[in-house]
Design a protein around this ligand. Sequence first.
Ligand code: ADP
Ligand code: MG
Length: 258
Amino acid sequence: MTLLSVQHLSKSFGGVAAARDVSFTLQRGEMLAIIGPNGAGKSTVFNMVGGQLRPDGGAVLLDGRSITTASPQKRFRLGVGRTFQVAQTFLSMSVAENVQMALVSCRRESGALWSSARHRYRDEAIGLLEQVGMADAADAPCSALAYGDVKRVELAVALAGQPKLLLMDEPTAGMAARERADLMDLTASIADAKGIGILFTEHDMDVVFGHAERVIVLVRGRIIAMGSPDDIRQDPEVRRAYLGDEHALEKPKGLNPA
Ligand code: ADP
Ligand code: MG
């Protein structure tokens, strides 16, 4: 069954149509990228799927059930996860503690129980850290990690919520090229192994063409193209509209790191 179905979503801010009749589907285990120039409406669409924004029209269905007006919390409980930057306040905690904290809050135990919960979930946290290749750093403070490793911990934190659908808004922003490819390889393998659908926005074309199975191109709130990376790369309208530079989409050639 289709994991996510976005149907005819629209959203305006004042006179600006940030999303117009946006429709697409996402299957379990699939990686779908939304790309487009600045202001195209990527974050708007993303936030209507995550529940941070209410659409003016259209519907969002998860496993065939409408979540169009559900709160972000409700969506989270239904399996819509999102990566967040590890908060500054948690940088003093260890890597494992950050993941344990996420496990505790996913079980909806109150913060007051944290001190007693501290030792619970340790094994589960280590298990998640193994999946992202960070188990060896379990007891290091997050503040001591390299940026790319923080991103891996953020992924483990998101996985603690056992998402069916994971939303990643520019997951590789600020990372070096090698780290970007590594993080997205890891994300792809986890998505595949766990059957998690991944919806991500991304500026970096190497990441998009190297890792997305399908790509949606948004321009001024409207989907102008949707298809495989190869289709998108060759689409003349995309070349014209996107970035206004027909060589901009050439970069990914020979890029697939695997
Ligand atoms: P992208 O993520 O592709 O850069 P956005 O979804 O952030 O694009 O923005 C799409 C359009 O909607 C832009 O013109 C932006 O200025 C406008 N917009 C987005 N969010 C708001 C908001 N909260 N209030 C007013 N205008 C907004
Ligand atoms: Mg954005």
